[in-house]
Design a protein. Structure first.
Length: 218
């Protein structure tokens, strides 16, 4: 029998420790959790559990051709997860992390993970959200996608996420409504000039103010 989901209100500081521990336990069991980020709510699992990633994709109704990005607690973790990192990517991370910027990089080939059909890449982001960073600091890198069924609007509240994902998620962390409905901007840094492959919360001109050669996708 599918266990009943639990919801924790992390807006109250005294409840946050209990909520983070419940989420950590669920992630260790390979179950998804819904967490707030600085953009929209996300559904996340242990990035190093192929079975958990498969559960995440199934919950969203998404195939392996759409692998989830990985959220990290510290920018230094980028070097553990990616290789051949160009200086432009480091400059963008320094300027916009934590924040709504996702960088596509070459994945470390030695890592034992399976995020889907990534073609040897990984999409990394450090979110500017205290609760998300607390959880990531406890559990390590998480594969996280927007908390919605594929094709539906991204959830800006935990309740909206629960309406769409229901009991497929073990723990919901409620931290109020997120007013930033734009997802993160995604920049591909794997070949040549960095290229924006998804417009998002950080506009092109702000990226170009840091790295002039950032190009828009054609």
């Amino acid at each position: 029998m599918q266990p009943v989901s639990e919801t924790y209100d992390v807006m109250e500081p005294e409840q946050r420790e209990t909520a983070i521990e419940a989420a950590r336990s669920a992630l260790r069991r390979g179950e998804p959790v819904v967490l707030p980020t600085d953009t929209v709510y996300g559904i996340g699992v242990d990035a190093f559990s192929p079975q958990a990633v498969a559960v995440l994709l199934a919950a969203k109704g998404r195939s392996r051709t759409m692998p989830p990005p990985v959220l990290i607690a510290r920018a230094e973790v980028m070097d553990a997860l990616a290789t051949d990192i160009p200086e432009s990517a480091r400059e963008l991370a320094s300027a916009f992390w934590p924040g709504a910027l996702t960088l596509i990089l070459h994945a470390q080939p030695s890592l034992a993970w399976d995020l889907g059909e990534t073609r040897g890449t990984v999409a990394l982001r450090m979110p500017a959200d205290e609760v998300a960073l607390d959880l990531l600091g406890e559990v390590g890198p998480m594969a996280v996608s927007s908390a919605n069924r594929t094709g539906s609007p991204a959830a800006t509240t935990a309740a909206a996420a629960q309406q769409m994902l229901s009991e497929s998620v073990a723990v919901y962390l409620n931290d109020g409504e997120r007013s930033q409905q734009q997802a993160s901007t995604i920049v591909d840094c794997t070949s040549g000039s960095p290229t924006v492959v998804r417009q998002g919360a950080i506009p092109l001109h702000e990226l170009q103010a840091v790295v002039a050669e950032v190009a828009a996708s054609e």
